[in-house]
Design a protein around this ligand. Structure first.
Ligand code: 8YV
Length: 331
């Protein structure tokens, strides 16, 4: 039969996925679960037919420039493709695919978890009981947080994940507002009773909670800039399960430290895996809840993502268009 494509997978994937990849491809698995080094990535793109990177691999123009003629497909294990220079890949005739849809609901669940955790002081309460003897007893005025229902949620980026957040938040009794490059379908707006804000600035000034759900692109870098963050009410909360660089993190930290914002729930950071130590201190005070990029981290979701990667690779080598092709014009 035909020679199996050499597929280099940058990180440890679920066992079931690795087994299937071994059957289908000449799969070069990463047995040690650490990101590939730069020389290893260079070797991979020189040799492989397919590269399967994750969010921890930077597939930039200079790496793509070193790709060998075999490299035809970069099948990202992940939805966001901000780790890949899609235009540089396209210019070299290398297709890029991602893993949309399968992580939408998990990410929306984690968004809700953060949206509830910060105003309702979940981590502060949990910490008290993990440290014996700190609970002196219940009191009517003790551990009071802020109510969620009845508040206004402003969603920045009403795509698949933003819409899934909106559905959940509506069920929690929040009113749904959103800013997006374009309005969503009238039927979706009606179902969510969602209000569209053409002006992000105006929306920010009027919301109780902001949820960031747009992709990281050159156009969304520091979309929530210092100037825009300053438009938020001091009682507002910010939740980010998208990408850290969409928010000017230093400006956000300063506002949290100086009481210009009520709190934040962050699953993503501007310089991952580094986390600003000031955020860690704010977490100890209960001002923020910070998580290590766990939005899509479910066993089921990771298997679904792996299956999508496999389908994209197989479809490509069968001579068809992979279902999750990422067009450079969309990035
Ligand atoms: C993963 C994600 O943590 O898909 C994304 O965009 O951020 C998460 O699903 C990671 O990116 C997988 O590479």
């Amino acid at each position: 039969g035909r020679k199996k494509p050499l597929v280099v997978i940058s990180r440890k994937l679920p066992d079931a996925i690795e087994t299937r990849m071994r059957e289908l491809f000449d799969a070069r698995l990463n047995v040690e679960d650490r990101p590939l080094t730069q020389p290893e990535l260079v070797a991979a793109v020189k040799e492989a037919d397919v590269l399967v990177p994750t969010v921890t691999d930077r597939i930039d123009a200079s790496l793509i420039a070193q790709a060998g003629e075999n490299l035809k497909l970069i099948a990202n294990f992940g939805n966001g493709v901000d780790n890949i220079d899609v235009a540089a890949a396209a210019a070299k005739g290398i297709m890029v695919t991602n893993t949309p849809n399968v992580l939408t609901e998990d990410t929306a669940d984690m968004t809700m978890a953060l949206m509830l955790a910060v105003p309702r002081r979940l981590t502060e309460g949990a910490a008290m009981l993990s440290d014996d003897g700190k609970w002196a007893g219940w009191s009517p005025t003790w551990m009071l947080g802020r109510r969620i229902w009845g508040k206004r949620l402003g969603i920045v980026g009403m795509g698949r994940i933003g819409t899934a957040v909106a559905r959940r938040a509506k069920a929690f009794g929040l009113s749904i507002h959103y800013h997006n490059r374009h309005r969503v379908a009238p039927a979706t707006e009606d179902a969510l009773e969602a209000t569209y804000w053409d002006s992000l600035d105006q929306m920010l000034a009027r919301m109780d909670i902001i949820s960031v759900n747009c992709p990281s692109t050159p156009g969304t870098f520091h979309l929530l800039s210092a100037r825009r963050l300053a438009l938020l009410q001091p009682t507002a909360y910010v939740v980010n399960t998208a990408r850290g660089d969409i928010i000017d993190e230093d400006a956000l930290v300063t506002m949290l430290e100086t009481g210009k914002l009520a709190g934040a729930g962050l699953d993503v950071f501007e310089h991952e895996p580094a986390v600003n130590p000031k955020l860690v201190r704010l977490a100890a005070k209960g001002k923020v809840v910070i998580l290590p990029h766990m939005g899509s981290a479910t066993i089921e979701g990771r298997i679904d993502m792996g299956e999508k990667v496999i389908i994209n690779i197989r479809t490509f080598f069968d001579g068809h268009r992979p279902p999750d092709r990422v067009l450079p014009s969309r990035v």
